[in-house]
Design a protein around this ligand. Structure first.
Ligand SMILES: NC(=O)c1ccc[n+]([C@@H]2O[C@H](COP(=O)([O-])OP(=O)(O)OC[C@H]3O[C@@H](n4cnc5c(N)ncnc54)[C@H](O)[C@@H]3O)[C@@H](O)[C@H]2O)c1
Length: 333
């Protein structure tokens, strides 16, 4: 009888971050099971995987698990990334996003419970809501915006997912670790759903105006997806990390105006910045945190976390890639 190595499940593995994670794990010789409904993911994201390293199931996660509970037989590690992502999609249909982010996570956790798996939940810096307590620390009290502003609902779904995962962990049904990802960038990220870097890069390469939402003085810190995925695997591999929450990202802060300037300079583009009020893009009462900087001391202590890519490195690569790609329609760009 052939003895197959244990399988690693990546939910949302055909998405931006999931496909980079798949590449990293496959390069380490892991056998992968990828479940993705392709709502925002693309099978083209998986073409770089070595032949035979992954089984891909095109399905909604909960449907796949209900139809075939034996799917999880032999699965030892689970990276749960499937979720509705992007401010544009959240604003368009908050109810669908809430159902997807909570129901799918609850189904997965129930299915994994009692199987001895280690599960990483991809959470988000959005759980910090409009908090101004910089740097944002994992132990801080969470602050949520009003429920009349749908923008905050995404962070609430992620916070509830964290509670669910940690509750399963506390009960001993599985080992869970929570990665609160901050802005992540890299190849294959798309701008359709409001992601700022791919929107800026595409506009700069095409010489169009770069649309900066708000006054451009809000800051963010961007981390390369390859640093993020390396941290995710280290968190799963570090038994002392289980049952805990970790910020994952960069603390190198930049204003969105400066980001646009840097993209324009790196692309040697004639593009100019154009500031557009938030309400014109996302409707009335839209709010955006002014700053979002992670406290990275916990993850540095736990896994010696130290991102290898600088923002300029990643932007330079993205500009080069965008020059080679066919233009795609980007709403609001
Ligand atoms: N990109 C970022 O900056 C960022 C920041 C914080 C947190 N995150 C989290 O990281 C994860 C991955 O995000 P991403 O940027 O790669 O987005 P993405 O949209 O590229 O990836 C999500 C993937 O999940 C799939 N999916 C969604 N619902 C599904 C379902 N019910 N069943 C099966 N597949 C489903 C989508 O088709 C897509 O491939 C998400 O959980 C997101 O909340 C991302």
């Amino acid at each position: 009888m052939q003895c197959l190595p244990p399988t690693t499940l990546i939910t949302g593995g055909a998405g931006f971050i999931g496909s980079h994670l798949a590449q990293l794990l496959a390069s380490q010789g892991q056998r992968l099971l990828i479940i993705d409904d392709l709502s925002t993911g693309r099978t083209a994201n998986l073409t770089a995987l070595p032949a035979g390293s992954a089984t891909f199931i095109h399905a909604r996660l909960s449907d796949a698990l209900t139809r075939q509970p034996s799917l999880l037989d032999g699965v030892r590690e689970v990276y749960h990334l499937a979720a509705t992502v992007g401010v544009g999609r959240v604003i368009d249909d908050p109810a669908a996003m809430i159902r997807n982010n909570i129901h799918e996570t609850a189904s997965l956790l129930d299915a994994c419970d009692g199987r001895g798996v280690t599960l990483l939940l991809a959470s988000s810096s959005e759980v910090y809501g409009p908090s101004e307590a910089m740097p944002l620390s994992e132990e801080a009290q969470l602050l949520f915006g009003p429920t009349t502003s749908p923008r905050w609902s995404y962070g609430m779904t992620k916070a509830l997912d964290e509670h669910l995962a940690l509750a399963h962990h506390a009960r001993g049904g599985l080992r869970a670790v929570v990665a609160r990802l901050f802005n992540t960038i890299g190849p294959r990220q798309v701008g359709q759903y409001g992601m700022v870097v791919p929107r800026f890069v595409r506009a700069a390469v095409e010489g169009r105006d770069i649309e900066v939402h708000g006054d451009g003085q809000q800051t963010r810190s961007f981390c390369d997806v390859r640093d993020v995925t390396a941290a995710m695997t280290a968190l799963v591999g570090g038994a002392r990390c289980h049952g805990k929450v970790f910020n994952v990202g960069s603390d190198d802060e930049i204003t969105i105006d400066e980001l646009a300037d840097r993209v324009i300079a790196l692309a040697a583009s004639p593009s100019r910045k154009r500031h557009v009020p938030y309400e014109q893009v996302y409707g009335p009462a839209f709010e955006d945190p002014r700053r979002r900087v992670p406290d990275l001391s916990r993850i540095r202590r736990a896994i010696g976390y130290s991102p290898r890519h600088t923002l300029s490195d990643t932007l330079t690569e993205l500009v080069a890639l965008a020059r080679r790609e066919k233009p795609v329609a980007i709403p609001n760009a």
